[in-house]
Design a protein around this ligand. Structure first.
Ligand code: HEC
Ligand code: HEC
Ligand code: HEC
Ligand code: HEC
Ligand code: HEC
Length: 235
């Protein structure tokens, strides 16, 4: 009887090992990160069981993503970098309500985003990022190459609902190919007035979609964005 119990225990451990090592690098073995760095040990793991004094996902993320927060950390943030539109900040807002009429934002609709807003309805780092899976790098919940992430919340600024030259809501068109020709600055010019990437700074390049479309992310960065095309953006 005792022997059977031991066999059961060994089987249980063998079943658990692959789960325990299931986080993708760089949140995995290469940086010596396992579940316990991010989760409070408990029978069940869930949204509120994050290893942060105030239960906020951003506090957990920033505890490592700070200079010296984790060995070899190069991608650091501080809460003062959080954007307050028109005033300050270099990173997309977090710990704010997902719905904001003035900024054209609504609660997300796509389940993978909606499932990961905080219990008080706020955006967290983990709304846009899945800290376990780097399938869509960098740990994104959705492929954002066609603005899927941005437009789920900012859908009132989607081309389908944005009215231009009509006297209604005015917003720059997106998802439309930039016409070619110098009148349209296509190819776009760099800050040195020559076609990009002539100034050698790739972080200020106006990036178009695969079919030449203007995207939200052609003009907007998400992190480390100082709104100055003359400087290099980065951690
Ligand atoms: C880098 C930090 C980090 C690591 C490492 C990590 N998690 Fe998580 N995990 C989180 C965060 C943050 C959430 C909350 C997501 C949210 O707000 O919805 C979470 C949520 C979860 C959930 C709830 C379902 C979900 O996806 O939201 C489960 C289950 C879970 N983690 C299991 C694990 C297991 C098992 C491991 C180890 C293999 C692990 N986690 C490693 C950060 C981490
Ligand atoms: C236990 C420490 C730790 C925690 C907690 C942590 N990270 Fe990380 N993260 C790292 C390390 C280490 C790297 C690699 C950094 C580097 O290359 O400089 C990294 C890299 C990343 C990257 C870049 C991935 C890539 O492929 O370049 C993203 C995105 C990221 N983390 C998001 C998050 C988010 C969101 C959270 C909170 C849910 C979080 N991290 C919490 C340690 C951590
Ligand atoms: C609104 C969605 C959103 C939120 C909120 C968000 N991120 Fe990101 N993050 C992104 C996107 C999109 C990228 C990829 C951008 C790019 O590569 O230009 C990214 C990139 C990153 C990177 C990689 C940067 C690099 O230069 O390699 C890290 C690290 C990161 N995020 C961490 C965080 C942390 C920590 C938080 C919370 C404090 C957070 N993110 C909040 C969308 C978001
Ligand atoms: C989960 C919902 C959500 C997603 C996803 C999201 N946003 Fe936002 N965004 C908001 C909200 C809410 C605000 C208002 C922030 C505040 O209250 O300060 C905002 C604000 C902004 C601002 C104004 C400056 C700032 O950060 O506060 C810009 C620019 C912006 N978003 C662009 C983007 C882009 C580009 C993407 C895609 C990479 C994106 N957003 C993805 C909800 C979202
Ligand atoms: C052609 C460049 C361009 C494109 C494309 C663009 N934006 Fe903007 N956006 C700007 C500029 C410039 C500002 C600053 C305007 C100001 O300060 O009055 C801005 C401001 C914002 C703001 C903050 C101010 C406000 O009105 O709420 C948000 C949010 C925003 N954009 C979201 C988006 C989203 C979402 C998309 C994609 C649907 C997008 N933008 C596409 C250039 C652009």
């Amino acid at each position: 009887m005792k022997q059977i119990r031991y066999i059961f225990l060994i089987l249980l451990i063998l079943v658990c090992i692959p789960i325990v090592n299931a986080t993708d690098d760089p949140h995995g073995t290469t940086a010596s990160i396992n579940c316990e760095q991010c989760h409070i040990s408990h029978g069940t793991l869930g949204d509120i069981l994050v290893n942060a004094t105030d239960s906020l996902v951003s506090t957990l993320c920033l505890s490592c993503h700070t200079p010296g927060g984790w060995a070899g950390m190069t991608k650091s943030f501080s809460s003062s970098e959080r954007a307050i539109p028109g005033q300050t900040g270099t990173s997309h807002a977090w710990n704010v309500d997902t719905a904001n009429v003035i900024r054209g934002a609504n609660q997300p609709q796509i389940p993978v985003l909606l499932d990961h807003i905080s219990s008080s309805g706020r955006i967290t780092c983990a709304t846009c990022h899945d800290p376990h899976s780097n399938t869509v790098s960098p740990f994104l919940r959705l492929d954002n190459s066609a603005d899927a992430l941005c437009l789920d919340c900012h859908r009132s600024r989607d081309i389908a609902s944005v009215k231009t030259y009509t006297g209604n809501t005015l917003s720059h068109p997106t998802n439309i190919a930039l016409p070619s020709g110098t009148g349209w600055h296509n190819p776009p010019l760099d800050v040195d007035a020559n076609p990009q990437p002539s100034d050698g700074n790739t972080t200020n390049d106006f990036v178009l979609g695969a079919g030449g479309e203007v995207r939200c992310t052609s003009c907007h960065g998400v992190h480390y964005t100082d709104s100055n095309a003359g400087t290099v953006d980065g951690p």
